[in-house]
Design a protein around this ligand. Sequence first.
Ligand code: NAP
Length: 283
Amino acid sequence: MAQKCYRSELIALFGNPVDENATVVIQEAAFAARGLNYRYITTKVLPEDLETAVKSLKALNMKGANVTIPHKVEILKYLDHISDTAALMGAVNTIYVKDGETYGENTDGMGFITSVLGAGVEPLGKRAVILGAGGAARAMTVELAKAGVKHITIVNRTEAKGKALAALLNEKTPAKTEYAPWKGTYPIPEDADIVVNATSVGMYPDPGRPDIDYATLAPGMTVCDGVHNPRRTPFLDEAAKRGCKTLEGFGMLVNQGAVGFKLWTGLDAPVEVMIEALEREFA
Ligand code: NAP
């Protein structure tokens, strides 16, 4: 009889506040479905303890971690390696440990672009309008640019942040990018192909929707929300009413988790199992 192994492979989540983060549900369901002796542990990490937390990944021979608020930027300086994409975004949300060294990756944008491609939307040569210029906007726009989007408009309330993201994309990617101020109700340009809400507007408990002129949404546009809770947002409902194809932030969330699963286990993620687990959790 083979010797039984009582040690589990460990993945952590580092964040604060982190108590209400449901990622553990998705990952543990995926580990169980693949018959893996892996555990996902949600931990509260204060900024002053972040370096020690990263060192603990090596000390405990862990497989990796997810990183969330407020550590996604700060974590870069404690890692041995950072992917080109994560370096470009200036943020890491996933760490994996290989041969005793830590590698930083950003799977938020990958989750988003997987959703876009999975819905049969081809970004090559398209024009995108992004509402917001925070971490999610950064991740989504870098991946859109990598996928061949030719023009990006960044619409953001705070001018400095919007201009900084537009400058980054112009400098580091082939996508021609402009900043548009967000003063009052924003009309979506009629030549837009892909429209993305990358703001936190509409995220639970905020019942609102971004301040755009919804009458300017047209059939033929693909409208995507980064917000994943609630799964169906007023923003997407308005877009669907006007004949747009809509993509939920829920899909992006599951897909970014699937990329992490593969980095830690080397196996393809059971995406359907992950979706069902999250649906049950939010039901
Ligand atoms: P963040 O870095 O704090 O950025 C927030 C953005 O929202 C900023 O651009 C901010 O504009 C804008 N904003 C906030 N309130 C606004 C308002 N009332 N009107 C207009 N703009 C407003 O946050 P983040 O990390 O990018 O996250 C943004 C959203 O994406 C959150 O809802 C998050 O849950 C979601 N997200 C989803 C996934 C997923 O997998 N589905 C992954 C990552 C993030 P200012 O610059 O003017 O403040």
